[in-house]
Design a protein around this ligand. Sequence first.
Ligand code: FMN
Length: 320
Amino acid sequence: MKKTISVAPMMKRTDRHFHYLVRLLSQNTYFYTEMIHANAILRGDKSKLLNFDISDQRLVVQIGGSVPDHLSEAAKIIEDNGFKEINLNVGCPSKKVKAGNFGVFLMKDIDLLEECITSINSKISIPLSIKCRTGVDDYEGEDFLNNFVQRITRLNVNKIIIHARKAISGLDTKRNRSIPPLNYDLVCNIKNYYEDQEIIINGGFDDMEKILDIDSKVDGVMIGRKIYSNPLFLHEIEQKYFFNSTKNKLIEVMTKFMEYILQLQSNKDANRAINHLMALLKCIPFQKSHREALMTSLRDKKIDSSEVFRNLEKIPALYQ
Ligand SMILES: Cc1cc2nc3c(=O)[nH]c(=O)nc-3n(C[C@H](O)[C@H](O)[C@H](O)COP(=O)(O)O)c2cc1C
């Protein structure tokens, strides 16, 4: 089984603009879109929601919901729009998600989750994966997770991505990403029982050492916050994990991404993309005043790009 590294789905972060940036920085990582609710696909503006570059074979659309027919209809639309893989969210613990009884709450109702998966698989021929937690509330422990994985494994799910901490209802989503502590051993033990089932671990991977340490025990690692807060980590992954020495110089990445921002039509899109650029700029030694001037000109689309690029040329870090 080929091991994978992937960018985790993150609401308001892993949108099509971040996807563009990630592809400038990395040739080998998978990319999961932010969660899109099945109803949004059925009733909303599909062309906008699914406006990603589908030529990327490692792009996965994450959907959420718990009505089997809605999920399968939405999944069919995604497949018909040319996407190559779908992921079902079985890990989100937010209040809204609890009210809709989907996300991680499907771990409490495995019969319903099975119905959802079966229904989706009956309508699509592309692979379906799920992203879950190790448990939720008192549905926890190795026996619980083992039984969960055993049932899912029978259903033709190509990957199970496990965020290595259980979710606690009532805690807000942010705290649910740091409490309780991560339990990598639990996920690795489960992987031992299911040699043929692809199991990806997620949660807290913020340096190369941790990734390499766990590499032989699972089928891949999914990374969220570290990549968003430091997109240059993708370069490190290319070099030290995939042994890929062909990387775009930062000056090319910045230039291409700024050109991309400037051609965006809506301010909302441009602002989102500028936030991603900010994340990138924070990891580069860059004068604050210059950064602010750059942001203002990008926002106002009043950029005199030749001047900005001339200034960028003076920053040695961009030539690495
Ligand atoms: C801002 C933000 C938004 C997130 N949105 C989603 C989402 O839409 N779907 C999902 O499955 N997980 C979501 N997550 C959880 C991440 O995918 C990941 O499981 C979590 O951050 C732990 O991984 P990390 O420690 O590498 O960040 C989100 C996390 C963050 C920080």
